[in-house]
Structures are given as structure tokens and as C-alpha cells.
Design a protein around this ligand. Structure first.
Ligand SMILES: Cc1cc2nc3c(=O)[nH]c(=O)nc-3n(C[C@H](O)[C@H](O)[C@H](O)COP(=O)(O)OP(=O)(O)OC[C@H]3O[C@@H](n4cnc5c(N)ncnc54)[C@H](O)[C@@H]3O)c2cc1C
Length: 663
């Protein structure tokens, strides 16, 4: 009996719990991007952006942003406010956003040539061709400025392109205005009289474009006789012609856009039109984050290889791939960057092999212009060189954010460069024969150039360049380089504390915190002070190869490297993180698996590992060159054999025929 009565209760309890979790899950996925369907912007994505912008009945202003970009996060309230402010303009011009940090949008952002975030582009109405849009590069991105640029952009439409629902924005002639005096009409006519460079009139016209019962015009106050006839003493001014022929100055509290627009919207008989805005709800629907990421437990005293590899994946396949070709200074920066990571990245052997192969290839190419697709082919190992692999999944661990828009890639970039500065200090010979070996600033200067040329967050790049200009050239040893980056990272933390891009679960603070390194902190005359000797020792430990956990790292075939997921480094087979094996020690379980497979393949003669590149007559030959040579050698051999048999057959046939004749 008791069981029978408790059953429905427990079912109800479970259902309640389920719905609670479900609503929490929904809230969580809603927070996945900087903009949600609650905002007045149209959220575009790879599946909708082209069809939305092409042949649209309205113009568009689209912000291509990245949800990890701190500046985009800070700017998002302004963008939402702008979209709300010009909501009534939608039939003429609409506001959209597209998140380039969303994996499903990577390709389309590349197609639109978006290199930096945020990138603002205007798209004209009624354009039936694919268009990259007109960039807006103005330094002032405040709401009133962007609104005015929108008006100018609309006015740049030709007659054929003009959005059909958009009223004329040019100023009317004084004679046309004066002709309205005393005339009876079906509806009100409002005229905003203003200076030529004032935007009030055009903004009011657009504000009222969806309202029936009224026409709004703009006239210039440069005609003194018009001002005199209408009794206007100051500009801007509003003049109203009633349907019954009455006319008067508009009595507004302040001669500002908002007051004119509100006054006109409240006139008797003036009503918002039931107009189907071109903003289609299906286009606006944002695909949910299909695969909701599960929170991964991690230890903040560790550095995670998964973060470093995810960062490299994003950097090589997404951030750099937005550049169609690399040449000149960009190519030099890329080459130096690849040199530094190939020599110093304390990664798994397949990743290091990929970086080394990439470096070898770049060094051997005498080109001064490289299409990025060729680099991508190598990064994606299209040549199927065995034992070479970089994850193509974003698997954030120590860089997870409490919301998907927070932390992630920039966090991994900091982590990568701290790791590289520490590696340069711990293995000073690693850069031997690269041209960078004498330079204690090698990693820092490479980072500086990378950030300046390629890092998507332009504002961040500008701030970093300011810090670099100030003191980077004073660095004279590898240890100083480690400390310089630490100090500057703390400066950035300090500046961003409390900012919108701060993850509340990972507040920005002076780092390392006392729980990570108590000895790093001191107090001098009641004030906090750093013990830099301890800080240096801590940074070397923290970012050293032996503190990098392979937990959650992905392998080429399985989601995670066989069994690594639940193992701490100490549980790994000896050697992977053991400094005596060097940073590139091929002892991870993942590697052993890969090597086992390789041995198997070699046994049945299917696949042989490509030998490292070689040099001949001063020319560098990469693995690809060598593979091509072998291929050409084999095909020439085959060709000669075929020719040999062909001529033999022919000569036999000829002999047979000849003999018959003689018979
Ligand atoms: C070069 C650069 C410049 C940037 N500039 C800006 C900017 O101007 N505006 C903006 O909004 N965002 C900027 N960002 C992004 C911002 O700094 C953070 O990366 C982002 O907000 C994510 O923060 P986070 O909490 O993951 O910690 P992050 O600051 O990304 O740090 C990552 C990890 O590094 C460790 N760490 C923290 N401080 C230090 C330190 N001092 N030394 C060594 N290790 C440390 C911690 O383990 C931390 O979790 C920049 C990023 C980069 C790479």
C-alpha cells in the first residue's frame, strides 16, 4: 500500500527534476552566443547568411564577431541597443550578427574574408550577386555615429537598388513645402527643417516609415524665405500640415529626433502599419548548440595539452585560414611562428611531427607567396604521412568557460605563449640553426608579430602592441622573457577585471594566486609585492613540460586518446612527460597505439612512413617532394615495361606475318 502511494509521488518528483534540468539546459544553450533570439538583431549563420543578404529587399549591416573576442563581448550591449534603436528601420536596413567562433560558421566567415573581429559590413539591397559587403572601418563605433553611417549607406543606393519600402531621404525643395500651405490632404505631412549635415530629418523619416496616416519630409534651412514664411527661428524645427489644411510649428519639448518621432507617432489616426517585416523568423532561428559540451573536471594547478592542441587547431585551421594567401611580412611572421612552435612546442609526437613537417616544407619552398589552402592541406595531412596528426576538435579543459562565449581560444593562446617562453628558457639550444637562437626575445617578438598580423581581436592586438612598444626590447635573457609575459598578462588581467568578457567563475586577478604559489607573494610596508625569483621558479614549473596533463587529449580515430580521459599523468606509462625523454618523447598510450598500427601496416607492406626530408645540391627536398620522386620513378618503370612488351608483341606479329608470305 505504502509503495503504491509513494510511486506517483516519486514519478512527479522525477518529472519536476527533469523539467528543472531541461529549463536549465535551455538557459545554458541560450547563453551560448553573445546574442539570443530575445535581442532585436537577426542572428545569421552559415545556412542562412547568403540567402538573407542576397537579393534582400532591405540593406543590411552585419557584425561578424567572435564570441571569445573580449572586445566583441564589451561591444555587444551597444550593438543590441543600436538594433533596438533602429528597429523601425527594418524594411529599409536591418542589423545582423554572425558568430565566427561557432564551428559551423568557420567556412562562411572565411568565404566572406573576415580576418578580425568585430568586422562590420554593409550589404546593399536588391543585389542578386554574392557580395563581400562594404566594410565599415570607422574608429568611432558609438551608437549615434553608426546610425548616421547607416543613413549615408542607404543614400548611396542607386534608384535600381533602392529598398522598395524605404521612403525618399533627400531634402525636398522649399517650393514643394510651401505648396502644402492651406492644402487639404488625406493625411498629415510633417517637415523637418534643418541644416544640410543634420541627420535628424532622415532619422525621423526612417522612424516613421512603418506608420500610416502621415508623410515625413526633410527640407533645408538654408532658404531664408522658407524660414520666414513658416516662422522658424532656430534649427532643426518641425512643421506640421494637418489633413484639414491647418498648419503649425510642431510643439516638441526638445528639437531632437526622439521628441519629433514620438510626437508624430502619437498624432490621431497615425498607426503602425501591419507590415510583414522582411526579417523572417525562420532565418532568425538560431540552430541550437547541437552538442552541448559537458563540463570537464580539471585541476587549475595543471596546464592541459587539450587546450594547447585546441588552440593550435583553431589558430592553424580557422584564424590563419581566413587569409587566402600569405606573402611578404605576413609570410615571414608565419614562418617564424611555425619555427618557434615546431622547435619548442612540448607536444605529442604526431603534433610535433606535423609542425616539423610544416616547417621543413616552408623552409624548402622558395616561394614568396603561399596560398593558405596549401598549408591547410599539409595541416590536414592530405598526403597521409603516417604518425602526423593534430586534433580537429575544440576540446577546452583548463580554458573552459562557464558560458561558451567566455575564455577558450584567447585563454589557450596565452597558455601557449607562456609555455613557449618557458620552453625557450629551459631548452636554450632548441632554436639552434633557425636564425632565432641568439635572440632572447625570439618567442615574444614572434608572439607580438602573430598578434599584430593574425589575432582576430584587433583591439586586443592594439593594446598588446602598446605594451610591447613600451618595454619588450629591454628583455635580454630567456628568464626575463618569461617574466615579461607574466607581467604583461597581469596588466591585461588588471584592466579587464570586472569587464563583460570576464568569466564570473574565473575572475581576473593577480596571477598566480596565493593558493597556487604562496611564496610568490610578499608584503612590503603593508603593500603587496611579488617575489619575482619565486614567480620565475613557479612559472617554469607550471608551464614546464612535466606539468602538462594529457587528460582529454583527442586522437585521430577515437574521441579521446584511448583511456587517457580518466588518467592523471602519473597513471600514464612512464616517459610521456618524463623530461629525460625530452619534450617529444613518443611514449603516450595514443602513440603506442599509433606505432603498433604502423608496424602492422609495414608488416603487410601497405604503408611506409615517409622519411624526413633531405638536402641535395643545396636544394631542400621535403617529404612531399620525395614521395613525388618515388611515384614518378615507379610510374616511369611501369611505362618502360609496357613499352617493352608492346614492341616485343609487335615484332613477333610482324615476324609471323612475314613468314606466312614466304610460305
Ligand atoms: C595577447 C592578448 C591580448 C588580449 N587583450 C585583450 C583586451 O585588450 N581586451 C579584452 O577584452 N580581452 C583581451 N584578451 C583576452 C583576455 O586576456 C583573456 O584571454 C580572455 O578574457 C579569457 O580570460 P581567461 O579568464 O580565460 O584568462 P586568461 O587571461 O586568458 O588566462 C589564461 C590562463 O593563464 C593563466 N594566467 C593568468 N594570468 C597569468 C599571468 N599573468 N601569467 C601567466 N599565466 C597567467 C591562468 O591559468 C589563466 O587561466 C587578450 C588576449 C590575448 C592573448
Amino acid at each position: 500500500m505504502a509503495t503504491g502511494s509513494s510511486s506517483p509521488c516519486s514519478i512527479a518528483f522525477l518529472l519536476g527534476l527533469y523539467s528543472l534540468f531541461f529549463s536549465l539546459f535551455i538557459c545554458w544553450t541560450q547563453a551560448a552566443h553573445l546574442y539570443s533570439s530575445e535581442d532585436p538583431v537577426t542572428i545569421l549563420h552559415s545556412g542562412t547568411v547568403k540567402q538573407t543578404l542576397q537579393n534582400s529587399s532591405s540593406a543590411w549591416l552585419v557584425q561578424f564577431y567572435s564570441s571569445w573576442c573580449g572586445h566583441c563581448i564589451q561591444y555587444s550591449p551597444t550593438w543590441k541597443a543600436l538594433a533596438g534603436d533602429v528597429k523601425d528601420w527594418e524594411p529599409a536596413i536591418q542589423i545582423g550578427v554572425l558568430d565566427c567562433a561557432d564551428e559551423k560558421n568557420f567556412d562562411v566567415c572565411k568565404e566572406f574574408g573576415v580576418h578580425f573581429y568585430p568586422t562590420f559590413r554593409y550589404f546593399k539591397a536588391r543585389n542578386n550577386k554574392f557580395d563581400l559587403g562594404k566594410p565599415y572601418r570607422g574608429a568611432n563605433r558609438e551608437l549615434p555615429t553608426v546610425r548616421q553611417v547607416m543613413v549615408n549607406f542607404l543614400q548611396n543606393h542607386s534608384q535600381e537598388e533602392w529598398p522598395p519600402a524605404c521612403p525618399p531621404l533627400e531634402s525636398s525643395r522649399s517650393s514643394d513645402v510651401l505648396a502644402l500651405l492651406g492644402k487639404k490632404k488625406q493625411q498629415y505631412t510633417a517637415v523637418i527643417i534643418e541644416d544640410e549635415n543634420s541627420f535628424v530629418g532622415r532619422e525621423v523619416i526612417l522612424d516613421l516609415m512603418q506608420y500610416d496616416g502621415l508623410t515625413v519630409m526633410r527640407a533645408l534651412g538654408s532658404d531664408a524665405s522658407l524660414l520666414e514664411k513658416l516662422g522658424i527661428l532656430s534649427l532643426p524645427a518641425g512643421y506640421l500640415f494637418h489633413p484639414n489644411g491647418k498648419h503649425e510649428l510642431m510643439k516638441v519639448h526638445k528639437t531632437l529626433r526622439f521628441f519629433f518621432s514620438s510626437f508624430l507617432k502619437l498624432l490621431p489616426g497615425v498607426r503602425r502599419r501591419k507590415l510583414q517585416s522582411p526579417r523572417s523568423s525562420d532565418l532568425a532561428v538560431q540552430e541550437g548548440d547541437a552538442a552541448a559540451t559537458v563540463w570537464k573536471e580539471f585541476d587549475k594547478s595543471k596546464v592541459y595539452m587539450a587546450d594547447l592542441e585546441s588552440g593550435l587547431h583553431f589558430l592553424l585551421r580557422i584564424e590563419l585560414a581566413s587569409h587566402q594567401t600569405l606573402e611578404g611580412k605576413e609570410l615571414e611572421t608565419f614562418k617564424d611562428f611555425v619555427t618557434v612552435i615546431a622547435k619548442l612546442f612540448p607536444g605529442q609526437q604526431p603534433v610535433v611531427k606535423l609542425l616539423e613537417t610544416l616547417l621543413e616544407w616552408l623552409v624548402s619552398l622558395p616561394l614568396d607567396r603561399i596560398p593558405y589552402d596549401a598549408i591547410l592541406d599539409l595541416v590536414n595531412n592530405k598526403m597521409r604521412i603516417s604518425g602526423m596528426y593534430l586534433t580537429n576538435k575544440l576540446e577546452w579543459v583548463g580554458c573552459q568557460g562557464s558560458q561558451p562565449a567566455l575564455r577558450r581560444y584567447p585563454c589557450s593562446l596565452w597558455t601557449l605563449f607562456h609555455t613557449l617562453t618557458v620552453q625557450a628558457a629551459e631548452r636554450p639550444d632548441a632554436l639552434a640553426n633557425t636564425g632565432l637562437e641568439e635572440n632572447a626575445q625570439a618567442v615574444l617578438q614572434t608572439m607580438r608579430r602573430y598578434i599584430g598580423s593574425f589575432f582576430g581581436c584587433q583591439e586586443c592586438g592594439r593594446h598588446f602592441e602598446e605594451m610591447a612598444k613600451e618595454s619588450m626590447d629591454q628583455v635580454t635573457t630567456h628568464n626575463e622573457a618569461v617574466l615579461w609575459l607574466w607581467r604583461k598578462h597581469n596588466t591585461v588581467n588588471n584592466r579587464l577585471a570586472g569587464a563583460l568578457s570576464e568569466d564570473p567563475q574565473f575572475p581576473k586577478t593577480r596571477w598566480p594566486t596565493p593558493d597556487l604559489c604562496p611564496a610568490c607573494h610578499e608584503e612590503v610596508e603593508g603593500l603587496h609585492a611579488w617575489n619575482e625569483k619565486e614567480v620565475l621558479a613557479f612559472l617554469k614549473r607550471h608551464y614546464g613540460a612535466s606539468n602538462i596533463s594529457p587528460k582529454y587529449t583527442a586522437g585521430p580515430e577515437e574521441g579521446t586518446a584511448g583511456g587517457q580521459e580518466d588518467k592523471e599523468p602519473s597513471e600514464q606509462k612512464p616517459g610521456w612527460e618524463d623530461p629525460k625523454y625530452g619534450a617529444h618523447s613518443p611514449k603516450s598510450p595514443y602513440l603506442e597505439k599509433l606505432q603498433g598500427k604502423e608496424r602492422q601496416e609495414e608488416g603487410i607492406g601497405l604503408h611506409k612512413e615517409a622519411k624526413p626530408g633531405m638536402s641535395f645540391l643545396g636544394l631542400g627536398f621535403s617529404n612531399i617532394d620525395l614521395s613525388l620522386c618515388v611515384l614518378m620513378y615507379v610510374s616511369s618503370g611501369l611505362f618502360l615495361m609496357i613499352m617493352f612488351f608492346f614492341f616485343r608483341m609487335r615484332s613477333k606479329r610482324w615476324k609471323v606475318r612475314h613468314n606466312r608470305f614466304s610460305i
